[in-house]
Design a binder for this molecule. Structure first.
Ligand SMILES: [Mn+2]
Length: 232
């Protein structure tokens, strides 16, 4: 049987002026039987990417440019990457229109929310009254905080649990939720940690990092395996 090809949005290293990738993104997809490919920053090849790829993984990385949700950056906003914002916007719009499966991780959940009209906290510690830290210290394959999974959401139906311990490495998060998505999980301090698009075959995103925990966390592996199954 032919492998399912999944396009992975590129990470960009500003210092080296180079594309790079965290191996976990590739390895977890490979382990689930897919062929992940790192996509280029090539706005002229979106149609070809759609022909080749059965699904797209939106990776972590730089902060989103606040202009994408009509805000000026605050000083605590991190470095942005217009190249990544740009290519991801075009891939997402094409995938959304053509109902191609999409999974978003960390920046990915933030990006999808913003593309569909939502907004972000530019810096959680500055802008939110929070009770837990969302920026864990290594090793990152540990469980760091709990999320409450909402009953009868696709995530609940997949894992059959309403409590999940996850890792957490983010300083931004969803502020206003897009009206085109529904929440699937909240952290105990009220931050949206997982979403899906009810009008699409499969668009899911999580605020945590399965690419760093899938090896020793069966629930995270199952989430990624489920994404790959939907791409077939
Ligand atoms: Mn978190």
């Amino acid at each position: 049987m032919k492998k399912t090809v999944i396009g992975v949005t590129p990470l960009f290293d500003d210092e080296r002026n180079s594309i790079w990738m965290i191996p976990g993104y590739m390895d977890m997809l490979t382990s689930c039987g897919a062929l992940p490919i790192i996509l280029p920053f090539d706005n002229g090849s979106i149609n070809e990417m759609l022909e080749i790829c059965s699904g797209f993984l939106f990776t972590g990385g730089h902060d989103l440019a606040p202009a994408l949700y009509s805000e000026e950056p605050i000083v605590q906003c991190g470095k942005v990457c217009p190249k990544k914002d740009n290519i991801e916007r075009q891939i997402f719009e094409a995938a959304y229109t053509n109902d191609i499966p999409v999974f978003g991780i960390c920046r990915g959940i933030q990006f999808i929310n913003v593309m569909l009209g939502g907004t972000l906290y530019q810096d959680i510690p500055t802008q939110m009254d929070i009770s837990i830290s969302h920026k864990m210290i290594p090793p990152y394959d540990r469980k760091w905080h709990n999320v409450n999974i909402i009953n009868n959401t696709p995530l609940y139906n997949l894992l059959k649990t309403d409590l999940l311990a996850v890792n957490s490495y983010h300083h931004q998060g969803i502020k206003s939720l897009s009206q085109k998505v529904l929440p699937m999980a909240y952290s105990e301090d009220g931050l949206v940690e997982a979403i899906y698009c009810p009008d699409k075959k499969y668009i899911w995103a999580v605020q945590w990092h399965p690419e760093l925990s899938w090896k020793n966390d069966k629930a995270q592996y199952r989430i990624i395996e489920n994404f790959v199954e939907h791409c077939k």
